[in-house]
Design a protein around this ligand. Structure first.
Ligand code: G4P
Length: 547
């Protein structure tokens, strides 16, 4: 579609609009901001690389990959620094495809899986889910999907590694539907797999993409057929043509057709099959992705909903990254624009601290470099230099005091107790931990019955990152030790007396987090279930908003 068609799909123009308004509308309409959700090894790095190649953001295969290899080989503090450096430059990858401005936000996995991985998903408008065809739905995908569900983020599914033997496609559908509670509808369908993998059939276009390892099909490479009875099908697929006919008959009877409305509410996912490493089926997915995926939409703030086409600039911080360059210990706040236009040097209000901030050198992220930008639009992510005054969830606007919602803290799953090696450094430890908690690096809990510092994280690498940063930035020598905890829930209750009673009777399991929220910490899901049953008035929350 042309730019003007895209923008009119979502936003009605009124005759009063100025030229600049129209331009902004057009820019919003062509933005696609998304993340990839997958379990390690499903093929995220490989697929990312192919997408960037299509978008012209990188020139050669291997550019993304080599970074990952570097990352895998690292473990000590310096490497953590390097790792963070690497992930800053690849945190947001911007590319242009068929007139669309695509922002791909990285969701760190493997060892660097952290709350940031979850929070990135609060800043996107859609997601691509990769499933390894031999493995089906794996745990990390499940967790990430849970986060997508909080905002009903639309999901496109790419089933990868069809060049290898895997589960049959219908079982994969069942697996996704059972484990993720999202209905699958095929857009492409695989013809065989492994050694018998012949390609994919596009159910909407009635075209055939034939597979040749290592060869990536170009636009117009597909073979168009009139219908499934077309003799061209037999000529191209031999015996497997009949199998395809049976499959399609079966699948068309067994699944609902693609429904835009269901997809946009996150209850149906269009499914594509392919092989990322062979760059096969990727273009079909990308072509549909830019057309189906929604442009930036309405965002909830505490007082009202904010539409992307409102003229005033608004946005929020969803991630803070310490600088990888030891000579410059500043930080970068990743900021998602929700409405209005960003222009370099503009003055905005930082509402939490009630101060104006000049956005003089915001950074925009490209695949391999960072560059200063002059303008950005809703859906774009800008990096703002931060000297410790910005925390996760902070909202900046031109004037109106707003606070965007839905950029939460997630209940940690791993816990450690801090061991301070030099007792004279208690104050510095407290300050450091508070700041690191504000940046979303780690969560900090103070138990009611003692003076411990309990750290919580969703990925264990964060404990080492925290210790390394305490040493480097706060001159605090500390270590961490195991503690018998595995579940945390923030608790609230409408009845104050009941809440007090709960706290009194469960004193040993109560802690206060860095923002003053009351938290229930316990050893197992079983114990949590026990408490939930015994205390029906108490609400146990898996997420909480930042103050
Ligand atoms: P990740 O970022 O999700 O962790 O996955 P990544 O892309 O690194 O892929 C994980 C492994 O799966 C890699 O192999 C990659 O080459 C392979 N892979 C990705 N897509 C396909 C595919 O379509 N078919 C097949 N057969 N393999 C695929 P590796 O051995 O771990 O790394 P490498 O030695 O290939 O670099």
């Amino acid at each position: 579609p042309t730019d003007s068609e895209q923008s009119s799909q979502t936003f009605e123009s009124t005759p009063k609009k100025t030229r600049s308004d129209v331009r902004t509308l057009r820019e919003i309409g062509r933005r696609r901001t998304f993340a990839i959700i997958s379990h390690p090894d499903a093929g995220k790095t490989t697929l990312t690389e192919k997408l960037l190649l299509f978008g012209g953001a990188i020139k050669q295969a291997g550019a993304v990959k080599s970074r990952k290899t570097e990352r895998k080989a690292t473990s000590d503090f310096l490497s953590i620094e390097q790792e963070r450096g690497i992930s800053v430059s690849s945190s947001v990858m911007k590319f242009n495809y068929k007139g669309y401005e695509v922002n791909l936000l990285d969701t760190p996995g493997h060892k660097d899986f952290s709350e940031d991985t979850y929070r990135v998903l609060t800043a996107v408008d859609c997601a691509v889910m990769i499933i390894d065809s031999a493995k089906g739905v794996e745990p990390q995908t499940r967790k990430l999907m849970e986060v997508c569900r909080m905002r009903n983020t639309p999901i496109i599914t790419f089933i990868n590694k069809l060049d290898r033997e895997g589960m049959d496609p219908l079982s994969l559908f069942e697996d996704v539907e059972d484990k993720l509670q999202i209905e699958c509808t095929p857009i492409t369908w695989p013809i065989g797999m492994g050694k018998r993998f012949k390609g994919v059939y596009h159910l909407q276009k009635h075209s055939l993409g034939l597979f040749a390892p290592g060869y990536s099909p170009k636009d117009g490479d597909g073979i168009l057929i009139n219908d499934l009875d077309d003799p061209l099908l037999d000529k191209s697929l031999g015996k497997q043509a009949e199998e395809l006919r049976d499959d399609i008959e079966l699948i068309e009877g067994a699944s609902d057709p693609f429904n835009m409305e269901e997809y946009l509410k996150g209850s149906q996912t269009p499914v594509f099959f392919g092989s990322a490493i062979n760059n096969f089926g990727v273009r079909e997915m990308l072509d549909s992705f830019v057309e189906m995926a929604p442009p930036p939409g309405i965002r909830k703030a505490s007082t009202r909903d904010v539409a992307p086409d409102e003229p005033a600039f608004t946005g929020f911080t969803f991630k803070i990254q310490a600088n990888m360059d030891p000579a410059h210990r500043d930080r970068i706040a990743f900021f998602r624009i929700c409405s209005g236009k960003f222009t370099r040097g503009m003055k905005v209000r930082h509402h939490r601290i009630n101060k104006d901030v000049i956005l003089s050198n915001a950074t925009i992220f490209m695949a391999q470099e960072r560059s200063n930008i002059d303008e950005a639009y809703p859906g774009d992510i800008i990096g703002i230099h931060n000297h410790g005054t910005i925390k996760i969830g902070d909202t900046f606007t031109e004037k109106e005091p707003l606070k965007f919602l839905g950029i939460p803290s997630f209940a940690p799953e791993h816990f450690r107790r801090v061991l301070l090696k030099n007792p004279m450094k208690t104050k510095a430890l407290q300050k450091g931990l508070l700041q690191l908690a504000e940046e979303g690096t780690i969560q900090v809990f103070r138990p009611k019955i003692n003076n411990d510092y309990i750290l919580g994280a969703v990925g264990v690498l964060q404990f080492d990152v925290t210790m390394a940063r305490l040493a480097a930035e706060y001159n605090v020598d500390a270590a961490h030790e195991p503690v018998d905890l595995s579940v945390a829930r923030w608790i609230t209750c409408e009845n104050e007396a009941k809440l007090k009673e709960f706290i009194r009777k469960n004193e040993a399991s109560i802690a206060i987090d860095s923002e003053g929220w009351i938290t229930f910490l316990t050893t197992s899901e079983y114990q949590l279930g026990f408490a939930i049953e015994a205390w029906p008035d108490i609400k146990f929350h898996k997420t909480r908003e930042y103050n």
